[in-house]
Write a protein that binds this ligand. Structure first.
Ligand code: SAH
Length: 203
């Protein structure tokens, strides 16, 4: 089912990066969805994971990973650990993943699951990802999987020059925005309309 998902929903819709396709082939999505929804683990849709949150649609996971143009040696910051599925996909491609989640139970669940699957290159933090993870910045790439109204300044500041960030932006109408940082500026490209849960900031 996983092979078929990659062939039909991912490669079939234009994702070409072999590292991304390999990563999706390698991560058992069924391990990241609740017991009663296992039968839908390879369906073309997001699914509820409790605490009012969702595991993203596989295609969106692949798309957001591909636009970061990862080569393998990167250090990546992820905001919104959730189920940990996207974290696993990133961790199969890059050197290290730093992931921040506000809901303690989700972070702890993802941590147990990913450790159990044998990942050793992921570091977890429970807290507000709006502020990134200063101690380990700058990052080669940043992926945000919950939608802020505007792009948090702290995250832009923590992006390395030459780095890329992908983030869904907006309250009602959301757009996936790709940001590329060069020596002097941040270049923003709107990619496609999406629907993510909001990035909750306690401040
Ligand atoms: N990548 C995850 C998506 C989970 S949904 C997956 O595929 O499973 C988005 C996640 O962002 C939720 O778990 C939510 O609790 C978390 N979140 C919301 N606001 C946040 C914030 N300010 N900082 C960190 N995580 C946040």
């Amino acid at each position: 089912m996983r092979e078929k998902m990659v062939e039909v929903q991912i490669a079939g819709r234009g994702i070409r990066d072999l590292k991304v396709l390999e990563a999706l082939r390698g991560v058992p999505r069924d391990a990241f969805v609740p017991e009663d929804l296992k039968g839908l683990a390879y369906a073309d849709e997001p699914l509820p994971i409790g605490h009012g949150q969702t595991i993203s649609q596989p295609y969106i996971v692949a798309y957001m990973t591909e636009v970061l143009e990862l080569k393998g040696g990167e250090s990546v910051l992820e905001i919104g650990t959730g189920s940990g599925y996207q974290t696993a996909v990133l961790a199969r491609i890059v050197k290290e993943v730093w992931t921040v989640e506000t809901v303690a139970a989700l972070s702890e669940g993802a941590q147990a699951l990913l450790n159990g699957l044998g990942f050793t290159n992921i570091r977890f933090k429970i807290g507000d990802g709006t502020f990134g993870w200063t101690e380990f910045a700058p990052f080669d790439a940043i992926m945000v999987t919950a939608a802020p109204g505007i792009i948090p300044k702290a995250l832009k500041d923590q992006l390395r020059v030459g780095g890329r960030m992908i983030v869904p932006v907006g309250i009602e109408d959301q757009q996936l925005v790709l940001i590329r940082r060069d020596e002097t500026s941040f270049l923003e490209t709107r990619l496609l309309p999406v629907r993510f849960v909001p990035l909750i900031s306690v401040h």
